[in-house]
Design a binder for this molecule. Structure first.
Ligand code: CUA
Length: 316
């Protein structure tokens, strides 16, 4: 599959920053980093220095009878305490920023399932494995899972949240630059876990409106619409078109083919078989494949199913 990983590095070996939260997270990271560097140098420096300066020089050396020093102990307690309190406030600012979504946030519903991400916009538009968001506007995501635990992670936005079946979680961000980046599942959820990726497109608000319209109604001829949908609905994650075995059977030359099902019965792949497989995928599992296909019920309109059929008929 194509490399969907356009994460670029920014400072401190972190991915480049892409949201208003990133400066908070990165500030906390940099603060902890430099405090660690400082104390590494101080402590190891003192160890080496003292080991040389106070080393045993002869058999007759005696350990000097040093007791404790209250001044030194107070100093080495108060200075780290002050540093830790400062670090706490750096972290707390970021935590508060991340926790409270602005009231005027644009809301998108996100569903995770083995092994795709689905996005539902306020106007009813749905996309699979592709999320576009407007730049400079707070976006709140309401996350849920159809099956098991997944985790939603956009490294460049510095947001990560568990996606839990049977309940909602949420997160928000405000993207600062127009770019394309990647969303990862970061909770091991099965054999397709590492393919559970989505593209995140940050667009100027006017381009975003156009994108939303373009995804809502398409005037393409069926075969071309089908070809677009095959990619956009992430069919290609699990089904090849060239005979290669992926998570699911290859769809090369699907129509007219005789498939042996898990229960041993045989079925000829026609339009109805294809439609049933989309809407009730567990009903007819091809022998030798795991029953992992998600249902596309509610995600594809009749016209879109027709278009996919028209397209797949051209893939011989
Ligand atoms: Cu979903 Cu890992």
């Amino acid at each position: 599959m194509e490399n969907k990983n356009p994460i670029e590095l920014g400072s401190f070996w972190l991915p480049r920053a892409g949201s208003t939260l990133a400066e908070h997270i990165d500030a906390g990271w940099a603060a902890a980093y430099w405090v660690s560097v400082l104390f590494f140098v101080l402590v190891t420096g003192a160890v080496v220095l003292f080991a040389v300066k106070y080393r045993r020089r002869s058999e007759h050396d005696k350990t000097s009878p040093i007791d404790h020093s209250a001044t030194v102990e107070v100093v080495w307690t108060l200075i780290p305490l002050a540093i830790l309190i400062a670090l706490f406030f750096v972290g707390m600012r970021g935590y508060v920023h991340a926790s409270v979504a602005p009231a005027e946030s644009y809301e998108i519903n996100v569903t995770g399932e083995m092994y795709i991400w689905t996005f539902t916009y306020p106007d009813g538009t749905t996309t699979v494995n592709e999320m576009a968001v407007p730049r400079g506007r707070p976006v709140r995501l309401i996350l849920s899972s159809k099956d098991i635990l997944h985790s939603f992670y956009i490294p460049e936005f510095r947001v990560k949240q568990d996606v839990v079946p049977g309940s909602y979680t949420s997160l928000w961000f405000e993207a600062t630059d127009t770019r394309e980046t990647v969303l990862l599942c970061t909770e091991y959820c099965g054999s397709g876990h590492s393919d559970m990726l989505a593209t995140v497109k940050v667009m100027e608000p006017s381009d975003f409106e156009k994108w939303l319209e373009g995804n809502n109604n398409s005037d393409l001829p069926p075969e071309e619409l089908g070809k677009t949908l095959f990619v956009k609905r992430a069919c290609a994650t699990c089904h090849s078109l060239d005979g290669t075995r992926l998570q699911g059977p290859s769809l090369k030359g699907l129509f007219g083919r005789e498939e042996e099902l898990a229960d041993g019965s045989k079925v000829t792949a026609d339009e109805n078989y294809f439609r049933d497989s989309l809407f009730n995928p567990q009903g007819q599992i091809v022998r030798g494949y795991p029953p992992v296909m998600p249902s596309f019920k509610g995600l594809l309109k009749d016209r879109e199913v027709d278009a996919l059929i028209a397209y797949l008929k051209t893939v011989k």
